[in-house]
Write a protein that binds this ligand. Structure first.
Ligand code: NAD
Length: 502
Protein backbone atom coordinates (compact mmCIF):
# COMPACT_ATOMS: atom_id res chain seq x y z
CA UNK A 1 0.00 0.00 0.00
CA UNK A 2 1.24 3.45 -0.79
CA UNK A 3 -0.35 6.40 0.99
CA UNK A 4 0.84 9.43 2.91
CA UNK A 5 1.05 7.77 6.32
CA UNK A 6 2.91 4.71 4.98
CA UNK A 7 5.30 6.99 3.11
CA UNK A 8 5.95 9.08 6.21
CA UNK A 9 6.62 5.98 8.31
CA UNK A 10 9.03 4.58 5.76
CA UNK A 11 10.76 7.93 5.32
CA UNK A 12 11.31 8.09 9.08
CA UNK A 13 13.19 4.79 8.90
CA UNK A 14 15.47 6.12 6.18
CA UNK A 15 16.17 9.46 7.84
CA UNK A 16 17.08 8.18 11.30
CA UNK A 17 20.74 7.56 10.50
CA UNK A 18 21.13 11.03 8.96
CA UNK A 19 19.64 12.61 12.08
CA UNK A 20 22.24 10.77 14.17
CA UNK A 21 25.33 11.14 12.03
CA UNK A 22 24.47 13.97 9.66
CA UNK A 23 25.19 13.91 5.94
CA UNK A 24 28.92 13.42 5.52
CA UNK A 25 31.20 14.01 2.58
CA UNK A 26 32.81 10.98 0.94
CA UNK A 27 36.41 11.52 -0.10
CA UNK A 28 38.71 8.76 -1.33
CA UNK A 29 36.08 6.22 -0.29
CA UNK A 30 36.04 7.43 3.32
CA UNK A 31 33.33 9.36 5.18
CA UNK A 32 34.55 12.82 6.09
CA UNK A 33 33.23 15.74 8.11
CA UNK A 34 33.39 19.16 6.45
CA UNK A 35 36.27 21.32 7.57
CA UNK A 36 33.87 24.28 7.65
CA UNK A 37 31.60 22.60 10.23
CA UNK A 38 28.01 21.90 9.15
CA UNK A 39 24.97 23.53 7.60
CA UNK A 40 21.36 22.44 7.86
CA UNK A 41 18.99 21.02 5.32
CA UNK A 42 15.32 21.53 6.11
CA UNK A 43 12.20 20.17 4.47
CA UNK A 44 10.21 22.68 2.41
CA UNK A 45 7.05 20.92 3.67
CA UNK A 46 7.27 22.32 7.20
CA UNK A 47 10.77 23.74 7.66
CA UNK A 48 11.67 20.86 9.99
CA UNK A 49 15.34 19.92 10.26
CA UNK A 50 16.29 16.92 8.12
CA UNK A 51 19.98 16.75 8.98
CA UNK A 52 23.19 18.61 9.61
CA UNK A 53 25.31 18.51 6.46
CA UNK A 54 29.12 18.57 6.16
CA UNK A 55 30.16 22.07 5.11
CA UNK A 56 32.97 21.49 2.65
CA UNK A 57 35.60 24.17 2.08
CA UNK A 58 38.46 24.66 -0.38
CA UNK A 59 40.56 22.34 1.79
CA UNK A 60 38.02 19.51 1.42
CA UNK A 61 37.77 20.13 -2.32
CA UNK A 62 41.55 19.94 -2.52
CA UNK A 63 41.58 16.55 -0.77
CA UNK A 64 38.77 15.30 -3.02
CA UNK A 65 40.51 16.52 -6.18
CA UNK A 66 43.72 14.80 -5.09
CA UNK A 67 41.81 11.59 -4.40
CA UNK A 68 40.20 11.82 -7.85
CA UNK A 69 43.61 12.44 -9.42
CA UNK A 70 45.15 9.46 -7.62
CA UNK A 71 42.30 7.16 -8.67
CA UNK A 72 42.29 8.35 -12.28
CA UNK A 73 45.06 6.24 -13.92
CA UNK A 74 43.68 2.90 -12.73
CA UNK A 75 40.05 3.78 -13.50
CA UNK A 76 40.95 5.11 -16.95
CA UNK A 77 42.97 1.97 -17.68
CA UNK A 78 40.19 -0.41 -16.62
CA UNK A 79 38.59 -2.11 -19.62
CA UNK A 80 35.31 -0.68 -20.87
CA UNK A 81 33.69 -4.06 -20.15
CA UNK A 82 34.68 -3.85 -16.48
CA UNK A 83 33.43 -0.27 -16.18
CA UNK A 84 30.23 -1.39 -17.85
CA UNK A 85 29.73 -4.15 -15.25
CA UNK A 86 30.22 -1.75 -12.32
CA UNK A 87 27.84 0.82 -13.82
CA UNK A 88 25.17 -1.86 -14.27
CA UNK A 89 25.63 -2.88 -10.63
CA UNK A 90 25.08 0.76 -9.64
CA UNK A 91 21.84 0.73 -11.68
CA UNK A 92 20.74 -2.49 -9.94
CA UNK A 93 21.26 -0.92 -6.52
CA UNK A 94 19.45 2.28 -7.52
CA UNK A 95 16.48 0.16 -8.57
CA UNK A 96 16.63 -1.79 -5.32
CA UNK A 97 16.61 1.47 -3.32
CA UNK A 98 14.33 3.46 -5.63
CA UNK A 99 11.65 3.91 -2.99
CA UNK A 100 14.14 5.22 -0.42
CA UNK A 101 15.63 7.61 -2.99
CA UNK A 102 12.21 8.89 -4.03
CA UNK A 103 11.01 9.38 -0.44
CA UNK A 104 14.17 11.29 0.50
CA UNK A 105 14.01 13.38 -2.67
CA UNK A 106 10.38 14.37 -2.05
CA UNK A 107 11.08 15.35 1.53
CA UNK A 108 14.27 17.28 0.73
CA UNK A 109 12.98 19.10 -2.39
CA UNK A 110 9.19 19.23 -2.10
CA UNK A 111 8.72 17.38 -5.38
CA UNK A 112 5.60 15.22 -5.61
CA UNK A 113 5.88 11.47 -5.15
CA UNK A 114 4.04 10.73 -8.40
CA UNK A 115 7.00 12.18 -10.35
CA UNK A 116 9.92 11.31 -8.06
CA UNK A 117 9.31 7.58 -7.99
CA UNK A 118 9.90 7.62 -11.76
CA UNK A 119 12.86 10.01 -11.50
CA UNK A 120 14.74 7.55 -9.27
CA UNK A 121 14.25 4.81 -11.85
CA UNK A 122 15.31 7.18 -14.60
CA UNK A 123 18.58 7.56 -12.64
CA UNK A 124 19.12 3.81 -12.98
CA UNK A 125 18.31 4.03 -16.69
CA UNK A 126 20.97 6.73 -17.10
CA UNK A 127 23.56 4.41 -15.59
CA UNK A 128 22.48 1.46 -17.74
CA UNK A 129 22.48 3.54 -20.88
CA UNK A 130 26.04 4.81 -20.38
CA UNK A 131 27.21 1.43 -19.02
CA UNK A 132 26.40 -0.10 -22.39
CA UNK A 133 28.31 2.66 -24.20
CA UNK A 134 31.44 2.34 -22.00
CA UNK A 135 33.17 -0.40 -24.07
CA UNK A 136 32.99 1.77 -27.20
CA UNK A 137 33.83 5.11 -25.56
CA UNK A 138 37.44 5.10 -26.78
CA UNK A 139 36.54 4.21 -30.37
CA UNK A 140 37.77 6.55 -33.08
CA UNK A 141 37.93 6.87 -36.82
CA UNK A 142 40.30 5.77 -39.51
CA UNK A 143 40.97 8.67 -41.91
CA UNK A 144 43.47 7.46 -44.50
CA UNK A 145 45.16 9.54 -47.24
CA UNK A 146 47.43 8.39 -50.06
CA UNK A 147 50.47 8.83 -47.85
CA UNK A 148 49.28 8.46 -44.23
CA UNK A 149 46.95 6.41 -42.16
CA UNK A 150 45.30 8.75 -39.67
CA UNK A 151 43.74 7.06 -36.68
CA UNK A 152 41.77 8.86 -33.99
CA UNK A 153 41.19 7.59 -30.47
CA UNK A 154 39.55 9.05 -27.41
CA UNK A 155 40.96 9.30 -23.90
CA UNK A 156 39.24 10.38 -20.69
CA UNK A 157 40.15 13.99 -19.91
CA UNK A 158 41.02 13.36 -16.23
CA UNK A 159 39.31 14.16 -12.92
CA UNK A 160 36.21 16.29 -13.50
CA UNK A 161 33.95 18.39 -11.31
CA UNK A 162 30.17 17.91 -11.43
CA UNK A 163 28.05 20.70 -9.91
CA UNK A 164 24.31 20.08 -9.71
CA UNK A 165 21.18 22.11 -8.82
CA UNK A 166 18.36 21.33 -6.41
CA UNK A 167 15.65 20.48 -8.92
CA UNK A 168 15.34 16.69 -9.40
CA UNK A 169 18.87 16.43 -7.99
CA UNK A 170 19.17 12.64 -8.04
CA UNK A 171 18.22 12.19 -11.68
CA UNK A 172 20.36 15.13 -12.80
CA UNK A 173 23.39 13.90 -10.84
CA UNK A 174 23.18 10.48 -12.52
CA UNK A 175 22.80 12.16 -15.91
CA UNK A 176 26.14 13.93 -15.44
CA UNK A 177 28.08 11.37 -13.40
CA UNK A 178 27.23 8.18 -15.34
CA UNK A 179 28.79 9.33 -18.66
CA UNK A 180 31.86 10.69 -16.84
CA UNK A 181 32.46 7.32 -15.20
CA UNK A 182 31.69 5.42 -18.41
CA UNK A 183 34.28 7.56 -20.23
CA UNK A 184 36.92 6.70 -17.61
CA UNK A 185 36.97 10.00 -15.76
CA UNK A 186 37.00 10.31 -11.99
CA UNK A 187 34.60 12.77 -10.37
CA UNK A 188 34.25 15.28 -7.56
CA UNK A 189 30.54 16.00 -7.07
CA UNK A 190 29.30 19.19 -5.39
CA UNK A 191 25.52 18.90 -5.01
CA UNK A 192 23.18 21.83 -4.34
CA UNK A 193 23.11 23.00 -0.74
CA UNK A 194 19.27 22.98 -0.68
CA UNK A 195 19.00 19.25 -1.48
CA UNK A 196 22.03 17.20 -0.36
CA UNK A 197 20.23 14.01 0.70
CA UNK A 198 20.09 11.87 -2.44
CA UNK A 199 23.60 12.81 -3.63
CA UNK A 200 24.83 11.08 -0.48
CA UNK A 201 22.69 8.01 -1.32
CA UNK A 202 24.15 7.95 -4.83
CA UNK A 203 27.74 8.09 -3.56
CA UNK A 204 27.02 5.25 -1.10
CA UNK A 205 25.38 3.14 -3.80
CA UNK A 206 28.33 3.64 -6.16
CA UNK A 207 30.78 2.41 -3.54
CA UNK A 208 28.57 -0.50 -2.55
CA UNK A 209 28.47 -1.48 -6.22
CA UNK A 210 32.26 -1.74 -6.30
CA UNK A 211 33.33 1.64 -7.64
CA UNK A 212 36.95 1.96 -6.46
CA UNK A 213 37.75 4.52 -3.76
CA UNK A 214 38.44 7.99 -5.13
CA UNK A 215 36.58 7.46 -8.42
CA UNK A 216 33.52 9.36 -7.16
CA UNK A 217 34.03 11.88 -4.36
CA UNK A 218 31.29 13.88 -2.69
CA UNK A 219 31.88 17.34 -1.22
CA UNK A 220 28.86 19.20 0.13
CA UNK A 221 28.92 22.92 0.67
CA UNK A 222 28.00 26.32 -0.66
CA UNK A 223 28.40 27.47 -4.23
CA UNK A 224 30.71 30.33 -3.36
CA UNK A 225 32.80 28.01 -1.12
CA UNK A 226 33.19 24.40 -2.22
CA UNK A 227 31.66 25.05 -5.65
CA UNK A 228 34.01 27.91 -6.49
CA UNK A 229 37.06 26.00 -5.19
CA UNK A 230 36.18 23.07 -7.42
CA UNK A 231 35.98 25.25 -10.52
CA UNK A 232 39.40 26.76 -9.70
CA UNK A 233 41.25 23.57 -8.80
CA UNK A 234 44.18 22.84 -11.13
CA UNK A 235 43.75 19.05 -10.95
CA UNK A 236 40.15 19.27 -12.15
CA UNK A 237 40.17 19.27 -15.94
CA UNK A 238 36.54 20.05 -16.72
CA UNK A 239 33.35 21.23 -15.04
CA UNK A 240 29.96 19.78 -15.91
CA UNK A 241 27.48 22.26 -14.47
CA UNK A 242 23.69 22.35 -14.28
CA UNK A 243 22.15 25.48 -12.80
CA UNK A 244 21.36 29.12 -13.42
CA UNK A 245 22.76 31.02 -16.38
CA UNK A 246 24.22 33.65 -14.03
CA UNK A 247 26.13 30.95 -12.12
CA UNK A 248 27.39 29.48 -15.41
CA UNK A 249 28.88 32.82 -16.28
CA UNK A 250 30.59 33.01 -12.86
CA UNK A 251 31.98 29.51 -13.30
CA UNK A 252 33.40 30.42 -16.68
CA UNK A 253 35.30 33.31 -15.10
CA UNK A 254 36.44 31.23 -12.12
CA UNK A 255 37.72 28.47 -14.40
CA UNK A 256 39.59 30.80 -16.76
CA UNK A 257 42.97 30.70 -15.01
CA UNK A 258 43.10 26.90 -15.15
CA UNK A 259 41.58 26.78 -18.68
CA UNK A 260 38.68 24.62 -17.61
CA UNK A 261 36.60 22.89 -20.23
CA UNK A 262 32.96 23.61 -19.37
CA UNK A 263 29.65 22.01 -20.14
CA UNK A 264 26.66 24.10 -19.13
CA UNK A 265 22.99 23.20 -18.81
CA UNK A 266 21.39 26.47 -17.74
CA UNK A 267 18.06 28.26 -17.48
CA UNK A 268 15.12 28.44 -19.85
CA UNK A 269 12.03 30.47 -20.72
CA UNK A 270 10.60 27.93 -23.07
CA UNK A 271 7.65 28.66 -25.36
CA UNK A 272 4.74 26.33 -26.00
CA UNK A 273 3.24 27.64 -29.26
CA UNK A 274 -0.37 26.71 -29.90
CA UNK A 275 -1.71 27.43 -33.41
CA UNK A 276 -5.43 27.52 -34.25
CA UNK A 277 -5.21 24.25 -36.21
CA UNK A 278 -3.76 22.27 -33.28
CA UNK A 279 -5.41 19.39 -31.43
CA UNK A 280 -6.71 21.53 -28.54
CA UNK A 281 -7.24 18.75 -26.01
CA UNK A 282 -3.74 17.35 -26.37
CA UNK A 283 -2.16 20.81 -26.50
CA UNK A 284 -3.99 21.76 -23.31
CA UNK A 285 -2.90 18.61 -21.46
CA UNK A 286 0.70 19.05 -22.57
CA UNK A 287 0.88 22.77 -21.76
CA UNK A 288 -0.49 22.13 -18.27
CA UNK A 289 1.82 19.18 -17.68
CA UNK A 290 4.92 21.01 -18.87
CA UNK A 291 4.51 23.97 -16.53
CA UNK A 292 2.88 22.56 -13.42
CA UNK A 293 4.52 19.13 -13.11
CA UNK A 294 7.65 19.04 -10.92
CA UNK A 295 6.32 22.25 -9.30
CA UNK A 296 7.39 24.08 -12.45
CA UNK A 297 10.93 23.74 -11.11
CA UNK A 298 12.26 22.22 -14.31
CA UNK A 299 14.57 23.75 -16.86
CA UNK A 300 12.50 22.43 -19.77
CA UNK A 301 9.17 23.75 -18.43
CA UNK A 302 6.96 25.51 -20.97
CA UNK A 303 6.75 28.71 -19.00
CA UNK A 304 5.50 30.88 -21.87
CA UNK A 305 2.25 29.98 -23.62
CA UNK A 306 2.09 31.57 -27.07
CA UNK A 307 -1.47 31.13 -28.26
CA UNK A 308 -3.09 32.27 -31.51
CA UNK A 309 -5.62 35.07 -31.04
CA UNK A 310 -8.52 33.21 -32.67
CA UNK A 311 -8.48 30.47 -30.00
CA UNK A 312 -6.87 32.34 -27.09
CA UNK A 313 -9.98 33.21 -25.10
CA UNK A 314 -11.29 29.65 -24.96
CA UNK A 315 -7.88 28.06 -24.47
CA UNK A 316 -6.90 30.34 -21.61
CA UNK A 317 -10.27 29.92 -19.89
CA UNK A 318 -9.91 26.14 -19.88
CA UNK A 319 -6.33 26.42 -18.73
CA UNK A 320 -7.29 28.64 -15.79
CA UNK A 321 -10.03 26.24 -14.79
CA UNK A 322 -7.65 23.25 -14.85
CA UNK A 323 -4.89 25.16 -13.02
CA UNK A 324 -7.32 25.96 -10.19
CA UNK A 325 -8.17 22.26 -9.88
CA UNK A 326 -4.56 21.04 -9.60
CA UNK A 327 -4.04 19.24 -6.32
CA UNK A 328 -1.49 21.13 -4.19
CA UNK A 329 -0.40 19.16 -1.17
CA UNK A 330 2.07 17.09 0.77
CA UNK A 331 4.71 15.77 -1.63
CA UNK A 332 4.48 12.26 -0.18
CA UNK A 333 0.73 12.04 -0.77
CA UNK A 334 0.27 10.06 -4.02
CA UNK A 335 -2.69 12.34 -4.92
CA UNK A 336 -0.53 15.48 -4.86
CA UNK A 337 0.26 17.10 -8.20
CA UNK A 338 2.17 20.15 -6.95
CA UNK A 339 4.22 20.21 -3.73
CA UNK A 340 5.98 23.06 -1.91
CA UNK A 341 8.75 25.09 -3.52
CA UNK A 342 12.27 24.19 -2.46
CA UNK A 343 13.01 27.01 -0.02
CA UNK A 344 11.79 30.32 1.38
CA UNK A 345 14.16 32.30 -0.86
CA UNK A 346 12.73 30.59 -3.93
CA UNK A 347 9.15 30.99 -2.65
CA UNK A 348 9.82 34.73 -2.20
CA UNK A 349 11.21 34.93 -5.73
CA UNK A 350 8.17 33.23 -7.27
CA UNK A 351 5.72 35.33 -5.23
CA UNK A 352 7.73 38.40 -6.21
CA UNK A 353 6.94 37.64 -9.86
CA UNK A 354 3.22 37.55 -9.01
CA UNK A 355 3.59 41.16 -7.85
CA UNK A 356 5.64 42.06 -10.93
CA UNK A 357 3.06 40.52 -13.29
CA UNK A 358 0.24 42.54 -11.68
CA UNK A 359 2.23 45.78 -11.67
CA UNK A 360 3.20 45.32 -15.31
CA UNK A 361 -0.47 45.00 -16.25
CA UNK A 362 -0.95 41.31 -17.04
CA UNK A 363 -4.15 39.60 -15.86
CA UNK A 364 -3.90 37.12 -13.00
CA UNK A 365 -6.24 34.36 -14.24
CA UNK A 366 -5.39 31.66 -11.69
CA UNK A 367 -3.46 31.14 -8.47
CA UNK A 368 -0.90 33.72 -7.42
CA UNK A 369 -1.26 32.99 -3.73
CA UNK A 370 0.28 30.94 -0.97
CA UNK A 371 -1.46 27.73 0.10
CA UNK A 372 -1.57 27.22 3.88
CA UNK A 373 0.76 28.90 6.33
CA UNK A 374 3.38 26.18 6.81
CA UNK A 375 5.84 25.29 4.07
CA UNK A 376 6.35 26.96 0.73
CA UNK A 377 3.22 25.97 -1.19
CA UNK A 378 2.06 28.17 -4.08
CA UNK A 379 -1.16 27.72 -6.02
CA UNK A 380 -0.54 27.05 -9.74
CA UNK A 381 -0.45 30.48 -11.31
CA UNK A 382 -1.52 31.74 -14.73
CA UNK A 383 -1.08 35.24 -16.09
CA UNK A 384 -2.90 36.06 -19.33
CA UNK A 385 -2.87 39.09 -21.65
CA UNK A 386 0.84 39.55 -21.06
CA UNK A 387 3.02 41.13 -23.68
CA UNK A 388 6.40 39.84 -24.79
CA UNK A 389 8.40 42.61 -23.17
CA UNK A 390 7.11 42.09 -19.63
CA UNK A 391 9.48 40.63 -17.06
CA UNK A 392 7.14 37.66 -16.52
CA UNK A 393 7.55 36.96 -20.25
CA UNK A 394 11.33 37.35 -20.27
CA UNK A 395 12.75 36.04 -16.98
CA UNK A 396 12.93 32.50 -15.63
CA UNK A 397 10.54 32.20 -12.67
CA UNK A 398 11.15 28.47 -12.13
CA UNK A 399 7.88 27.76 -10.36
CA UNK A 400 4.29 26.71 -11.17
CA UNK A 401 3.87 29.98 -13.04
CA UNK A 402 2.68 30.33 -16.64
CA UNK A 403 2.62 33.50 -18.72
CA UNK A 404 0.24 33.54 -21.69
CA UNK A 405 0.90 35.83 -24.65
CA UNK A 406 -1.33 36.06 -27.71
CA UNK A 407 -0.12 36.20 -31.31
CA UNK A 408 -1.73 36.94 -34.69
CA UNK A 409 0.24 34.81 -37.11
CA UNK A 410 3.25 32.56 -37.52
CA UNK A 411 5.76 35.38 -37.99
CA UNK A 412 4.66 37.14 -34.86
CA UNK A 413 4.69 33.86 -32.92
CA UNK A 414 8.28 33.23 -33.95
CA UNK A 415 9.33 36.77 -33.19
CA UNK A 416 7.97 36.49 -29.65
CA UNK A 417 9.31 32.96 -29.17
CA UNK A 418 12.86 33.97 -30.09
CA UNK A 419 12.82 37.33 -28.32
CA UNK A 420 14.30 36.08 -25.02
CA UNK A 421 17.82 35.50 -23.74
CA UNK A 422 17.23 31.75 -23.43
CA UNK A 423 16.92 28.90 -25.94
CA UNK A 424 16.55 25.54 -24.24
CA UNK A 425 13.34 23.91 -25.54
CA UNK A 426 10.33 24.79 -27.66
CA UNK A 427 6.97 23.02 -28.02
CA UNK A 428 4.98 23.50 -31.23
CA UNK A 429 1.33 22.53 -31.57
CA UNK A 430 -0.06 22.49 -35.12
CA UNK A 431 -1.56 19.96 -37.50
CA UNK A 432 -0.11 21.76 -40.52
CA UNK A 433 3.01 19.81 -41.44
CA UNK A 434 4.60 22.59 -43.48
CA UNK A 435 4.10 25.02 -40.60
CA UNK A 436 5.63 22.57 -38.14
CA UNK A 437 8.69 22.32 -40.37
CA UNK A 438 8.98 26.07 -40.86
CA UNK A 439 8.54 26.92 -37.20
CA UNK A 440 10.87 24.25 -35.85
CA UNK A 441 13.51 25.36 -38.36
CA UNK A 442 13.37 28.99 -37.20
CA UNK A 443 12.85 28.44 -33.48
CA UNK A 444 15.99 29.24 -31.47
CA UNK A 445 16.20 26.25 -29.13
CA UNK A 446 18.38 23.20 -28.60
CA UNK A 447 15.41 20.83 -28.32
CA UNK A 448 12.02 21.06 -29.98
CA UNK A 449 8.99 18.84 -29.60
CA UNK A 450 6.20 19.01 -32.19
CA UNK A 451 2.76 18.01 -30.91
CA UNK A 452 4.32 16.59 -27.78
CA UNK A 453 5.36 17.39 -24.26
CA UNK A 454 8.99 16.70 -23.27
CA UNK A 455 9.49 12.98 -23.90
CA UNK A 456 13.15 12.08 -23.52
CA UNK A 457 14.90 9.49 -25.64
CA UNK A 458 18.31 9.05 -24.04
CA UNK A 459 20.39 8.77 -27.26
CA UNK A 460 19.19 12.20 -28.44
CA UNK A 461 21.23 15.34 -27.72
CA UNK A 462 20.16 17.36 -24.66
CA UNK A 463 21.15 21.00 -24.24
CA UNK A 464 20.36 24.58 -25.10
CA UNK A 465 21.44 27.55 -27.18
CA UNK A 466 21.95 31.23 -26.20
CA UNK A 467 21.89 31.70 -22.39
CA UNK A 468 20.54 28.16 -21.92
CA UNK A 469 23.80 26.35 -22.22
CA UNK A 470 26.97 25.23 -23.88
CA UNK A 471 27.39 21.68 -25.13
CA UNK A 472 25.14 18.65 -25.45
CA UNK A 473 24.58 15.58 -23.31
CA UNK A 474 23.54 12.12 -24.38
CA UNK A 475 25.24 9.37 -26.34
CA UNK A 476 28.55 10.37 -27.95
CA UNK A 477 27.92 14.06 -27.19
CA UNK A 478 28.64 13.32 -23.53
CA UNK A 479 31.86 11.49 -24.41
CA UNK A 480 32.98 14.41 -26.58
CA UNK A 481 32.96 16.48 -23.40
CA UNK A 482 34.50 14.01 -20.97
CA UNK A 483 37.18 12.79 -23.40
CA UNK A 484 40.05 14.16 -25.48
CA UNK A 485 40.33 13.12 -29.11
CA UNK A 486 43.80 12.22 -30.32
CA UNK A 487 44.88 11.81 -33.94
CA UNK A 488 47.91 9.70 -34.82
CA UNK A 489 49.22 9.79 -38.40
CA UNK A 490 51.22 6.75 -39.55
CA UNK A 491 53.29 7.48 -42.68
CA UNK A 492 53.15 4.73 -45.26
CA UNK A 493 56.81 5.47 -46.08
CA UNK A 494 56.39 6.85 -49.57
CA UNK A 495 55.71 10.58 -49.22
CA UNK A 496 58.25 13.21 -50.09
CA UNK A 497 59.89 14.94 -47.12
CA UNK A 498 61.26 18.42 -47.88
CA UNK A 499 65.04 18.48 -47.48
CA UNK A 500 66.14 21.81 -45.99
CA UNK A 501 69.92 22.48 -45.87
CA UNK A 502 70.62 19.35 -47.84
P1 NAD B 1 22.31 27.62 -9.06
O1 NAD B 1 23.05 28.09 -10.26
O2 NAD B 1 21.97 28.61 -8.00
O3 NAD B 1 23.12 26.47 -8.31
C1 NAD B 1 23.51 25.30 -8.98
C2 NAD B 1 24.76 24.74 -8.30
O4 NAD B 1 25.83 25.65 -8.49
C3 NAD B 1 24.63 24.53 -6.80
O5 NAD B 1 25.27 23.34 -6.45
C4 NAD B 1 25.37 25.74 -6.23
O6 NAD B 1 25.90 25.52 -4.96
C5 NAD B 1 26.47 25.90 -7.26
N1 NAD B 1 27.08 27.23 -7.31
C6 NAD B 1 26.52 28.42 -7.04
N2 NAD B 1 27.43 29.42 -7.20
C7 NAD B 1 28.58 28.83 -7.61
C8 NAD B 1 29.86 29.33 -7.94
N3 NAD B 1 30.15 30.63 -7.89
N4 NAD B 1 30.81 28.44 -8.33
C9 NAD B 1 30.53 27.13 -8.40
N5 NAD B 1 29.33 26.59 -8.08
C10 NAD B 1 28.36 27.44 -7.68
O7 NAD B 1 21.02 26.90 -9.63
P2 NAD B 1 19.79 26.30 -8.81
O8 NAD B 1 18.98 27.43 -8.30
O9 NAD B 1 20.31 25.27 -7.86
O10 NAD B 1 19.01 25.51 -9.96
C11 NAD B 1 18.02 26.07 -10.75
C12 NAD B 1 18.57 26.48 -12.10
O11 NAD B 1 19.11 25.35 -12.79
C13 NAD B 1 17.51 27.03 -13.05
O12 NAD B 1 18.00 28.17 -13.70
C14 NAD B 1 17.28 25.90 -14.03
O13 NAD B 1 16.76 26.29 -15.28
C15 NAD B 1 18.65 25.33 -14.13
N6 NAD B 1 18.61 23.97 -14.66
C16 NAD B 1 18.98 23.73 -15.96
C17 NAD B 1 18.91 22.45 -16.50
C18 NAD B 1 19.27 22.18 -17.93
O14 NAD B 1 19.43 21.03 -18.30
N7 NAD B 1 19.43 23.20 -18.78
C19 NAD B 1 18.46 21.40 -15.70
C20 NAD B 1 18.08 21.67 -14.39
C21 NAD B 1 18.17 22.95 -13.88
Amino acid sequence: MSDLSTHLARLEGHLARFRDKGILNLIGGIDAAGSGGTFQTRSPVDESLIAEVALGTAADVDRAAKAAKAAFPAWAALSGEKRKAILHRIADLIEARAEEIALCECWDTGQAWRFMSKAALRGAENFRYFADLAPGARDGKSLPTQTHLNVTSRHPIGPVGVITPWNTPFMLSTWKIAPALAAGCTVVHKPAEFSPLTARLLAEICHEAGLPAGVLNLVNGMGEGAGKALTEHPDIKAIAFVGESRTGSMIMKQGADTLKRVHFELGGKNPVMVFEDADMERALDAAIFMIYSLNGERCTSSSRLLVQESIAEAFEARLAERAERICVGHPLDPATEVGPLIHKTHFDKVMGYVGIGKTDGATLAAGGERVGSDGWFVRPTLFTKANAGMRIAQEEVFGPFLTSIRFKDEDEALRIANDVAYGLTGYVWTNDLARALRVSERLEAGMIWVNSENVRHLPTPFGGVKASGIGRDGSDWSFEFYMETKNTAFALGSHKIQRLGA
